[in-house]
Ligand binder design. Structure first.
Ligand code: NAP
Length: 557
């Protein structure tokens, strides 16, 4: 069995699949190590009811192959998890990528060996592999986190984090089900299962602003039109800050009348997907007063949909404005609370105390109250963006650990390289353009840049690269500076590195994880770095110039 590769890619999700496609096309000796039992990343794991794209399906698919675009038929505007996983499998099979992938291969450690200029990669099955270049496509939201509650694990019924939803169907008919968490995941689950379970009790710590997804089928005629327009669609995605078809309304918030603002908001609320967030006035993100006026508009829409006014008020956020956290898209979410079998527990009033053998315990009127369930669903989020990096013991030059380097502040160069960690690339790393954009659009950019960079390295005969400390600092200052103008800098959300369940990531420990400059600006910067011969990256030579080392006879396309 091969133990040395030119490139090891870790993670066979959306980014890893495209990364290995690019490497396979170059004929590079490369493999993908994947902890899961199969490919698909987020769409392999998140099998909970209601899991679906919040991106328009046809902007989520890969853009690299005309043939793939012409043959794949999206059935819904916002496609569901089973179909999304089928799509990724189709891509892997079509391009013969499975043979490069190794599943059930959790990487425990990766250590850079300065003397030999290679990475040692330790796999949990005991194998020790080596590679020249290490590419981390670990996913931004791949380490689920559970509440730090007393008694966790003592519940005798079935309980799971949404990320670990069982592969086989879960019979919930007639069951007493609890959902803890009302982020994008909880909101999808609740809307989907409310009419399929016996009793549903939602434990909400803080409400989230959310708006209708407005999903629908894609007809044959619509699909034919989409295929005709793919070039135009991807060009639009490339010029918008979020990588979607939704373009900000460039009229000034205060330049138009209140009536005109309301007309836009009515249209966006009834329109598809993230339009309500991203096709809005830009002041929503930066101006308290504009944000407050719009948030009040959304609060009114919630009041119109929820029959019990007291419940409606509990579902309206008070601690943050619309859009300063990632906006969950919902289907029948607010209507779920009009059902007699759905109950909302406000954990702001009665916090969770512990998990018990029979369910969950909260405080109540100075005492405690027990709730009994058959199933507990934890939709409690992720150790976002850096969690998957922290899980692997990554050691760079001089024994420096990446987890230590990033413990208090994150620093990267372009979100794709880290000083002190030579020959390591992160096409969708912290501070890269991926987290804040339509993910596949961001990862195609990242993977293409990293692969073009590796081609440059191979062509010139370099075998070692490392971003300098100076450019890393400049980039990190740039990323940090951009938070200053955004209302989201104060939000308790994964955009600011907040997670109450991870020690050190509680409120007040803002971490600058996300690039807020928008996709066109990000692409402009990384392209200019490349055009200047990868300025800021120290390149070292120890091999003759030429093609990358091959081991696979054929080149897969
Ligand atoms: P999340 O947004 O972090 O939400 C976690 C929820 O659990 C919050 O309501 C949080 O309350 C609550 N919670 C966490 N710990 C708790 C505790 N100890 N006790 C009580 N409540 C607790 O996580 P998520 O919903 O999984 O979403 C994460 C991200 O995944 C999204 O923002 C999105 O980017 C992505 N996602 C995407 C899609 C899609 O594209 N279709 C779907 C789902 C998720 P607090 O707000 O008080 O912290």
């Amino acid at each position: 069995m091969t133990s040395h590769y030119e490139v090891i890619v870790i993670g066979a999700g959306v980014a890893g699949i495209y990364q290995i496609k690019r490497l396979a096309d170059l004929g590079v000796e490369a493999t993908v190590l994947e902890a899961g039992g199969d490919l698909g990343g987020t769409w392999y794991w998140n099998r909970y009811p209601g899991a679906r794209f919040d991106s328009e399906s046809y902007t989520y698919g890969y853009s690299f192959s005309r043939e793939l675009l012409d043959e794949w038929r999206w059935k819904e505007k916002f496609s569901g998890q089973p179909e999304n996983l089928r799509y990724l499998n189709h891509v892997a099979d079509k391009f013969g990528l499975r043979k490069y992938m190794q599943f059930n291969c959790r990487v425990d450690a990766a250590r850079y060996d300065e003397a030999r200029n290679l990475w040692h990669v330790q796999v949990s099955d005991g194998r020790a592999l080596t590679c020249r270049f290490l590419v981390l496509t670990l996913g931004l939201l791949s380490i689920p986190t559970l509440p730090r509650l007393e008694g966790m694990g003592s519940f005798k019924g079935r309980s799971f984090h949404t990320f670990h939803w069982p592969h086989e169907p879960v019979d919930m008919a007639g069951k007493r089900v609890a959902v803890v968490g009302t982020g994008a995941t909880g909101i999808q689950v609740i809307g989907e299962i409310a009419d399929k379970v016996g009793e549903l009790t939602v434990f909400q710590r803080r409400p989230n602003w959310s708006a209708p997804l407005n999903n629908g089928p894609i007809s044959d005629a619509d699909m034919a039109d989409l295929r005709r327009r793919y070039d135009e669609i991807f060009a639009t995605c490339a010029r918008t800050p979020g990588g979607f078809e939704h373009e900000p309304d460039r009229r000034g918030f205060y330049e138009v009348s209140r009536e005109e603002r309301l007309a836009l908001w009515d249209e966006l609320y009834d329109g598809p997907g993230f339009g309500i967030w991203l096709a809005n006035f830009r002041e929503i993100f930066t101006d308290e007063k504009a944000n407050a006026e719009f948030s009040e508009y959304i609060a009114d829409r919630i009041r119109r949909r929820v029959k019990d006014p007291a419940v409606a008020e509990k579902l309206i956020p008070r601690d943050h404005g619309f859009g300063v956290q990632r906006v969950p898209m919902e289907t029948n979410y607010f209507e779920a609370y009009n059902r007699p079998n759905v109950h909302l527990i406000d954990l702001g009033e009665t916090p969770l105390v512990r998990e018990t053998e029979t369910g969950l315990r909260t405080t109540e009127d100075g005492g405690e109250r027990d709730y009994e369930f058959d199933i507990i669903v934890y939709a409690t989020g992720f150790d976002a963006i850096t969690g998957a990096f922290d899980k692997i013991d990554i050691e760079g030059v001089g024994g420096m650990k990446l987890a230590d380097k990033w413990r208090t502040t994150i620093s990267t160069f372009l979100g794709m390289m880290v000083h002190g960690f030579p020959n390591l690339l992160m096409p969708s790393g912290p501070q890269s353009g991926s987290a804040s954009t339509n993910y596949p659009r961001g990862i195609e950019t990242g993977v293409n840049w990293c692969t073009d960079f590796l081609e440059h390295v191979w062509a010139k005969g370099y075998t070692r690269f490392e971003a300098t400390e100076a450019v890393e600092k400049r980039w990190t200052d740039h990323v940090t500076g951009m938070y200053a103008m955004m209302l989201m800098r104060r939000a308790k959300s994964w955009f600011t590195g907040y997670n109450s369940n991870v020690p050190g990531h509680e409120q007040g420990t803002i971490r600058y994880l996300v690039y807020n400059g928008g996709s066109p600006k990000y692409v402009g910067i990384i392209n200019s770095v490349a055009a200047k011969g990868y300025e800021g990256v120290t390149l070292g030579a120890s091999a003759p110039p030429g093609n990358p080392p091959h081991s696979y006879g054929e080149v897969s396309r």
